[in-house]
Design a protein around this ligand. Structure first.
Ligand code: NDP
Length: 503
């Protein structure tokens, strides 16, 4: 594994929520090695007129909540954290440059710098301009710029932001975050597909009937109503997280594990997906009041900062087709929403059923197209959260006979639990921050990839579309049955494990 080199990690938006909840804990955890910690320094920047001391206090609060030792945290914060007030003015960026030079000289750092933009999305462009014009896109060591999600609001704005970024930075200096890619279980999708030949040989139109990707949240919009109402669920979840999962499930094997080889295959999938037809391939919904996990919750339009006539979607279900050699004719169903029954990220692969059913018939083989003849399909459920792991469902003979001399089949499953095998998995941000620092762009979204995914959903962003109400705590509006009525993922209980008799 490449080693962490001494560097300066500059966080724009250092007074914000993401810095406190995710970035500081991830950086602290990464720097547990004393040799690394001594020469890796964090410089926070934001408009608030904070001192170094105020930034350290804020970080200490965040780390205290994670249960780290007070003494070690205090030492790290005092030695490693600094703060620079930064407004929109060019002079502010020049002053930032001076502070960086001063810290690097004082702490004997070699000029390796990461600039992490944890800012409101409208400020990404101006911040990149500010860095470039102050001469901060180059340094005596390496220089990287990290852009949080969302990268753009639609295709034109993503292109414009890419142009701005590329005016000052080369593509290999740019790290576009989609934190889903930092999750161990998302990376494990590649290990699962390309490390296990038994599945790869079935992973195509010959053997797969359909694939479902569900990303469900029990939460509503909380305090983000104002931002969310301008964005909606396609922008907030589909264009980035669900699309990343889609590409990992549908891509061809890369020629190597090199970042560009992998990203090349992901872009090829995106270019092959047909744009969905807003009238026939998409159902939008908006949550109303209801009950989620036993708690009564209000409807979307009653949330703070949401207009009471809002038509923003909080749920989207889509059918996508990928008309290439591997996937022609296999529908991919994407479903995601807020205030669904539970938090769940799951990919369900439903294999083709047996061509002829020999069981639970009147004794004669039957062709499973008739109403009374069923050949249940095998299913593979890949759960990314909350219980990370796999379940492979198959049919077994239930003990005994069913009274008329024929066999009863029952669905059972083989299960693998990530937690049972490996214990707690690292936080996605820790993985991503390490990769930024060591210079591995594999888990970041390339410029052409982000444009291809905005291009795919362009017809949905501007289309006049009905937004169907659904009660909080349900799996979305009834209209979703129009796309698919019997979802495998989430909607069904896990298969109960039979206790072996006498055990
Ligand atoms: P916050 O609103 O909590 O923080 C925004 C930060 O940006 C503050 O430090 C603010 O500080 C600073 N800021 C605001 N306006 C300006 C400006 N004009 N110039 C310079 N600095 C400014 O946002 P979050 O921390 O929640 O999110 C940051 C980014 O990360 C967003 O793009 C968000 O989409 C993304 N993100 C956040 C997640 C989260 O869990 N919070 C998850 C995934 C992505 P000050 O006012 O002092 O300048």
């Amino acid at each position: 594994m490449p080693q962490i080199q001494p560097h300066l990690f500059v966080i724009f938006g250092a007074t914000g929520d993401l810095t406190k909840r995710k970035l500081i804990p991830a950086l602290y955890h990464l720097m547990q090695d004393e040799d690394v910690a001594r020469r890796c320094v964090v410089l926070g920047a934001a408009r608030s007129d904070w001192s170094d001391e105020q930034f350290r206090t804020s970080a200490q609060e965040a780390l205290r909540e994670k249960g780290y030792s007070e003494e070690a945290v205090s030492t790290w914060c005092t030695r490693n954290l600094f703060y620079q007030c930064l407004g929109d003015d060019g002079d502010d960026y020049a002053a930032l440059g001076d502070r960086i030079d001063q810290l690097e000289r004082h702490l004997d750092l070699p000029g390796n710098r990461a600039f992490y933009l944890s800012l409101p999305p409208s400020i990404y462009g101006p911040a990149v301009e500010g860095l470039g014009e102050a001469g901060l896109s180059e340094s005596p060591g390496w220089t990287r710029v990290v852009v949080e999600k969302p990268f753009g609001y639609d295709l034109p704005s993503a292109k414009k932001l890419n142009e701005t970024v590329h005016r000052h930075f080369d593509e290999d200096q740019v790290y576009r975050i989609d934190h889903y890619l930092g999750k161990e279980t998302v990376q494990n999708l590649m290990a699962f597909r390309f490390g296990n030949a038994i599945f790869e040989s079935l992973w195509n139109r010959e053997h797969i009937e359909r694939i479902e990707i569900t990303v469900a949240e029990g939460l509503g919009v909380g305090g983000r109503g104002g931002y969310y109402d301008q964005s909606g669920h396609v922008r907030d979840m589909v264009q980035n997280h669900l699309t990343q999962l889609l590409t990992l499930v549908a891509m061809e094997p890369p020629s190597s594990m090199d970042a560009n080889a992998i990203r090349q295959e992901k872009v090829k999938v995106l270019n092959a997906v047909q744009q969905p037809n807003p009238e026939t391939d998409v159902v939008f919904g908006q949550y109303q009041s209801g009950t989620v996990e036993g708690e009564s919750v209000s409807g979307y339009r009653e949330e703070p900062d949401v207009p009471d006539d809002s038509t923003t979607e909080t749920f989207a279900a889509l059918r996508l087709n990928i008309p290439n050699w591997r996937w022609q004719g296999v529908p991919f169903y994407l479903r995601t929403g807020k205030r669904l029954p539970t938090k769940l990220t799951q990919i369900a692969v439903r294999f083709e059923g047996a061509p002829v059913s020999l069981f639970q018939t009147d004794g004669q083989p039957c062709i499973p197209q008739g109403a009374d003849c069923e050949a249940r399909s095998n299913e593979l459920l890949i759960t990314l959260q909350p219980d990370e792991g796999f379940d492979l469902r198959f049919e077994v003979k239930a003990p005994g006979d069913n009274g008329n001399g024929t066999m009863n089949l029952e669905t059972q499953q083989l299960s693998f639990s990530y937690q049972d095998a490996f214990g707690p998995v690292p936080d996605a941000y820790e993985t991503l921050l390490r990769d930024i620092i060591v210079g591995d762009p594999t888990l970041f979204v390339r410029g052409d990839e982000v444009e291809a995914s905005w291009q795919l959903y362009s017809p949905l962003l501007d289309a006049e579309r009905p937004v169907h109400p659904y009660a909080a705590g349900t799996w979305g509006p009834e209209a979703v049955d129009r796309l698919l009525s019997n979802w495998t993922s989430g909607a069904r209980e896990r298969v109960p494990q039979r206790a072996a008799e006498g055990a």
